[in-house]
Every structure is written in C-alpha cells, then in structure tokens.
Design a protein around this ligand. Structure first.
Ligand SMILES: [Zn+2]
Length: 363
C-alpha cells in the first residue's frame, strides 16, 4: 500500500513537470524532484508504457552523452466537466493538459429539479462520448466526469445542501444520483473550487496561495492554499460573497445584511461594482496573504478589463505595505469554460495529480 502510494506520488511529480514545461529529461527531473536518476528512469518507463509521455528526440550536450527528451501526451487521457448554473448546463471535454477540446451548453428550466438536470447531463455526456469516440480502456480513455455546482454543498459526500435560489435542491446526493445515471463515478465540487483547480493545473508551482474570484449570478471565491484546494471543515469554503462589508447594508438572499454580494449587485455601474469587489479582495489579502487573484465568471468577464484594473488599483492602494505584499491580479485564461474545465481537471487531478492534503474524495 505504502509502495503503491510512493510510486503514484513519483509519477504525479513527473506528470506535474511535464504538464507545465514543453519537454522534460531525466537529469533535470532528478534535479528538480530530488529523486535519484534511477527512480526517475523507472517512472519515465512506466509513463511511456502507459502512453502518458512520449519521446521527443535527444538533446546533444557539449559534454557527456546525449539526453533523451520527453513530452506529455495530452490526448492520452480525457475527462468531461459539467458546470451547473441556475439557467444552464455547460459541458466541456478536456485532455490531460487541461486544454478544452469541445463544449456544449443546454438551457435548464427555471427552478429546475434534480431530475431535470440528470436527464440533460446524461444525454449531453452520452453525446460527447459518442462524438469524440471516448472509451473506458481503449485509445481515448475517459477518466471520469466532474460537476461544478452552486453551493452550499458537501464535497466529501457529493451532497448539495441548499443551492442558493434553487428550491428543489435541499440535501440532494448529486454525486450518487449522477453516478447511477451515468454508470460511472462522478466527482462533485463547488463551482469556485473547481475553477481555481483549473487555474492551478495550468500554472507552475509558483501558483501556491491564490483565490479565484467568481462573479456569476452571485459572488464567490475558490481558495488555493499551500498548493492545494482549500475546502474547509465542512467542505463549503468560498462563500466570499456573504462576508459583510456594510453593517446597515441591503438585505441579502442569505438572510444577513450588507453582504459583499448584495452591495456589489446594487452598484450603479461596472466600475462601482468592481470597486466594491476590490474592497472584498483587499480584505481577503489581509486575511490570507495571497500571491495571486484570478478574476472569473460570466458577469465579471463582460466587463473584464474594468474589473481587472479597478481590483488591481485597490490591491495597490489599499493594502498597507503593498510594495512588499504584492499580489498579481489577472483574468482567467479559460474564459467562461473555467468551472466546467475545472470540474474535469479535478477528475484528472484525483488520478494523476499530486496528493491533495485536504483529501478530495470520490463519494
Ligand atoms: Zn449574504
């Protein structure tokens, strides 16, 4: 058991390097990971056999023997991710590198039921499998299906507790129901946590403490702390929109007053809304000392550059000692696919990523 874990861990280390660099070779992998060259050779051989990496020629050095060069084979593994909003179901197909190859969006009826969603999920996933000739054990293996869902939800059991403003979603075991319907394991997580995982999968190890701020029918934050998704005690971390920023502020859907989301949604224009979001982001930086803020969500991306500039200004002018406590503010590179892509990448991450100390689990 211990040895099996160790082998997978070494494979995950090598895959993580191959994912974020054009090519890898034995010597540099050994140097970066502190594995012995012999251990690296074994891992490379196994990954070659599994088709996860391929040879990409040799590098001739001025001194010593030529070194074999390898690259990741992104098309060797596939995953499907679903993004459930209050209005629509978006499905994407990603490869092992996290690149989106296909997407499809289906409208959901107003105040949809679990059955409404499961029917559309089933037909959408089935169509994607057929169209892209995915299989379980053949040349184009589908590793699994992930769902990014509005919360609050319990990731560990895949149970949606009370999706905000969806009446029929009270204590619904979505992972179990979807797994039965699709006949394969399904991973469910909060939309924001899926999204921040997508960002992290595509960045290098420098992306260690970060938040993905989502504005899309609500405000939330996916947290990436110490190099892993942070879910919290009840796996419901990220209700950033329901932190109070104005004690006598407007009533919020959650029952409190003056939540960031309620104040933000009532702003006069995108710049004013972005300034309110900026206050929240500075609060988050003061609490967590993050290095990266990624802005995402369909509502935010409609005015993406305004939000990016205003939030960056807030970070530069409102964080005390901002000259030292710097944080990079960017827009997501995955656009409106980020949640669905993240849900797919979480499935790949569970199988091929580094072990997650928070313990992402298939129910
Ligand atoms: Zn609230």
């Amino acid at each position: 058991m211990h040895l099996a874990f160790l082998r997978d861990y070494h494979e995950a280390l090598v895959i993580a390097l191959a994912r974020t660099r054009p090519t890898i070779e034995r010597g540099t992998v050994a140097e970066i990971t502190s594995l012995t060259p012999q251990a690296v050779s074994k891992v490379l051989t196994r990954l070659l056999d599994d088709g996860v990496i391929a040879t990409a020629g040799v590098r001739r050095a001025a001194l010593g023997k030529p070194a074999a060069v390898y690259r990741l084979v992104p098309e060797s593994r596939w995953a499907i991710g679903a993004h459930v909003t209050r209005r629509a179901l978006r499905l994407v197909l990603t490869d092992l590198a996290g690149t989106v190859h296909a997407s499809a969006t289906t409208a959901l009826p107003a105040d949809f039921t679990p059955d409404d969603l499961l029917g559309r999920l089933d037909s959408g996933v089935t169509a994607m499998i057929r169209e892209h000739r995915l299989d379980d054990d053949g040349p184009r293996p589908l590793i699994g299906v992930g769902i990014g869902m509005v919360g609050p939800l319990d990731q560990a059991t895949g149970t949606v507790r009370d999706a905000h403003r969806l009446r029929h979603w009270h204590d619904i075991p979505l992972a179990e129901l979807a797994g039965q319907r699709l006949g394969r394991p399904v991973l469910v997580d909060k939309d924001v946590t899926a999204a921040v995982t997508a960002e992290a999968w595509r960045r290098d190890a420098g992306f260690r403490d970060a938040a993905l701020i989502m504005v899309e029918s609500g405000v939330g934050a996916g947290l990436w702390l110490n190099g892993a998704a942070h879910r919290g005690t009840h796996t419901n971390a990220g209700e950033f929109g329901h932190t109070v920023i104005q004690l006598d502020g407007p009533a919020c859907a959650c029952g409190r007053r003056g939540c960031l989301e309620a104040v933000h949604d009532r702003a006069a224009d995108p710049a004013a809304a972005a300034a309110i979001l900026g206050v929240g982001v500075v609060n988050l930086l003061q609490t967590l000392d993050l290095g990266h803020i990624v802005l995402a969500g369909a509502d935010l991306l409609r005015h993406g550059e305004i939000y990016r500039q205003v939030v960056e200004d807030a970070v530069r002018t409102q964080v005390p000692r901002a000259d030292w406590l710097t944080a990079e503010v960017t827009l997501t590179g995955l656009g409106t696919d980020v949640i669905a892509a993240g849900a797919a990448i979480q499935v790949l991450n569970l199988r091929y990523g580094l072990p997650d100390p928070v313990g992402l689990r298939l129910p």
